[in-house]
Write a protein that binds this ligand. Structure first.
Ligand code: BV8
Length: 258
């Protein structure tokens, strides 16, 4: 796959102030007609919601993802999995949308594709969000009987059996490792990546597939890829413009009014 060379200096290594990548990105986005924003846990990090792979405090630096975010892990120890989700839900219940969520919500013209399972984009006012990894604010029957119930994020439930069929426990309506992404969401996300002229990648390590594959899809379709991240990531080599810093500082600076 022919990858685009990085064409401009990264924010941290900026030497010529007139070559300010923030200004470049803002100008480029003002000229763009179709913009898709692909987000990950770093978008919600400034709101106090834990990321997965940040060294030290990311969830996966302390726990094995296969034990906490997979059907096998749930089968082995459903109590442990639901305790982990209760901890995440409580953390999210204390969180509020940050300036990055609000900046995205001012741009109703953007298509929102997120890996995040929290509801901070919704609470900021974003609509019609394409959720690749589901939604942590409800539980469903793990046996697939169709039972779904909303969750009180302030008092998240522990492990319990499906009250409708009793065949399995209730688990979050999220996509675990080894589970297929929701077909409709994936189809819409592919289209949003393949048919935009600017693809913003914010707050993701870009290591989880097939979601991360959207970046290459957008790049190959000719979109300008703007990466906003606190540090280099697996998206860096696909960036036309990489802005290193916090999403809640950079997104308001580059999105401005449509
Ligand atoms: C599937 C549960 C098939 C939901 C999650 C080998 C090679 C390649 C792929 C695979 C492989 N082996 C297996 C696979 C497939 C696997 C995968 O990709 N594994 C990877 C890890 C190797 N993928 C799957 O299993 C997917 N399903 O393939 O199914 C299939 C097909 C048909 C039929 C049946 C099956 C399912 C993947 C979903 C996994 N679910 N979690 C939940 O509870 O949330 S994973 C988890 O990772 C989250 O969902 C999260 O959304 C996702 C991505 O993480 P990020 O959002 O990027 O977060 P991370 O912490 O990694 O990075 C945050 C970034 O933000 C960092 O770069 C940091 O620097 C930055 N940051 C921090 N603060 C800020 C900031 N940036 C800006 N500002 C800040 N303030």
């Amino acid at each position: 796959m022919m990858l685009k060379p990085l064409t401009t200096p990264r924010l941290k290594s900026m030497t010529d102030p007139s070559n300010d990548p923030i200004q470049q990105a803002a100008l480029l986005l003002r000229k763009s007609q179709l913009i898709t924003c692909f987000s990950g846990a770093g978008l919600s990090a400034p709101s106090g919601v834990g990321t997965f792979r940040d060294p030290g405090d990311g969830w996966w630096s302390r726990y094995d993802p296969m034990r906490l975010a997979s059907p096998e892990g749930f089968k082995e120890d459903p109590e442990l999995v639901m305790k982990w989700y209760a901890a995440r839900r409580s953390q999210m219940a204390q969180a509020s949308p940050n300036a990055a969520h609000h900046a995205l919500a001012t741009r109703k013209d953007l298509i929102q594709v997120t890996q995040n399972t929290d509801n901070l984009l919704d609470r900021a006012g974003c609509q019609d969000i394409i959720r690749l990894h589901g939604d942590i604010t409800s539980d469903r029957c793990h046996a697939g009987c169709g039972y779904v119930e909303p969750v009180n994020m302030d008092q998240p439930p522990q492990h319990r059996s499906c009250p409708a069929c009793g065949q399995a426990g209730l688990r979050p309506t999220v996509t675990w490792f080894g589970e297929a992404l929701p077909a409709d969401a994936w189809a819409r996300a592919e289209s949003a990546a393949a048919n935009c002229d600017a693809f913003i990648v914010v707050g993701t390590s870009a290591v989880v597939y097939p979601a991360a594959g959207l970046i290459g899809l957008a790049a190959q379709a000719g979109a300008t890829v703007i990466v906003v991240n606190r540090e280099a990531s697996d998206a860096s080599h696909m960036a036309d413009l990489e802005l290193l810093g916090s999403a809640d500082e950079i997104l308001p600076a580059i999105l401005g009014p449509a």
